[in-house]
Structure formats: structure tokens, C-alpha cells
Design a protein around this ligand. Sequence first.
Ligand SMILES: C[S@@+](CC[C@H](N)C(=O)[O-])C[C@H]1O[C@@H](n2cnc3c(N)ncnc32)[C@H](O)[C@@H]1O
Length: 209
Amino acid sequence: MASEHYFSSQPSVPEKRRPLQVVLAGAPRNLQTSGGIFSPDNIDKGTAILLGEAPPPSPQGNLLDIGCGWGPIALALALRAPHARVYAVDVNERAIALTKDNAAALGLDNVTASLPDDVDDALEFNTIWSNPPIRVGKDELHSLLLKWLPRLAPGGTAYLVVQKNLGSDSLQRWLDIELAAQFPALRLKVSRDSTNKAFRILKVARPAL
Ligand SMILES: C[S@@+](CC[C@H](N)C(=O)[O-])C[C@H]1O[C@@H](n2cnc3c(N)ncnc32)[C@H](O)[C@@H]1O
């Protein structure tokens, strides 16, 4: 199944673009999708919950979508915060290209989609939203979260949507312990922002200076 390999850098199924119509930031949008990426034909349930329930993103500064797929989260951030710069990262090069092209189709010039290592190490983020890649395995998921969450700017907040049956509660406990142990000076606070039958939204907040 193509979705089993959605985090390959070069998916094995051939790229065949097709139209995708979805509602994003309150309006229908005509976009493109392709096989070989996550949730190619619609907005994933967890992503929809995050988009519907997270408080508004920072109106300015740098915003980040970790694991952008075809771009639903990054595009929603960019539509809702037109004066902010949105960074969308993925390891799947097809996903990066789709996010770039979908941003262009919406006339958005505030989205930068790239491989994770191409983001300037000096940047900090006012808002991070992500439907993180739980299926890559614990070690990789943990190192990805420890790479990006400590880059919250002072006063910044991250919202992560995680399925309950994929370990949201143990991930919350792990984040709380590891972020405090490894980055004590940042005083990151981990909490559960909202809960739905099947998903939780985890919140990580960095106090203002
Ligand atoms: C659950 S999907 C979410 C995709 C999209 N944001 C959405 O809501 O439809 C997670 C994404 O993370 C990407 N990913 C996997 N490992 C990654 C890594 N180390 N860094 C960044 N993205 C990664 C996958 O390729 C996939 O597109």
C-alpha cells in the first residue's frame, strides 16, 4: 500500500498528479495531490481536528509544519497568518513539491517548503503545528520532536495531534520528562489541550522572556 511508504524520500509508486478539492481556512480550494504521500485524497481526520481546534496561529514571525504531506497544515497556517512566514518540512520530496505547488496555486508567497536540513538552524518558531509521523517508529519520532520543539520562540506554542491508540498519552509523558531534562532553560510546558474520542491535541508552550 502506498500509504505504508508515505515517509520515503522518493516514493516507489510513480508520481501521477491529480486534482484535489478541499475546504481549508473556511473556503473550497483547488489543489493537487498524488500517490506516495500521506492521506493523498482528503484531509486526514487528525489533521482536521487540529485545524478545527487549535487556537489561531501567531499572526507574524515564523510558523512551522513538521511533516507537511501535500500541505494542509502549512497552507492553512499561511492562509490564516498572511503576514507570517510558514516553513513546511518533510522527508518525502514529492510531498515538498506538492506543498510548494499548492501554495503557488493559492497565490501564497509566504510558504517555504523544504527538507528538514534545509531550514536555517538559527530560526525560532512562534507557532508549530504538526500531525507528526508516528509510524516512523519511536526513536525517529522522538529525535524529530527533540529537534524542532526546543526551537519554539519565547512565548511560542506547538500543537501536535496524535491518535490515542497510537500512544498519545505515553508520548505526552515522554515529552514532559525529556524536554525538562534536556532543555531545562527553556521551561517548556507540556499539556493536553483538547481531547476527542480518538485523538488528543498535545500542547507545548515556551514562556515569554
Ligand atoms: C502523519 S503525516 C502528516 C502529513 C500532513 N501534515 C497532513 O496533515 O496530511 C506525517 C508526515 O511526516 C513526514 N515525515 C516523516 N519523517 C519525517 C522527518 N524526519 N522530518 C519531517 N517530516 C517527516 C512524512 O513523510 C509525512 O508526510
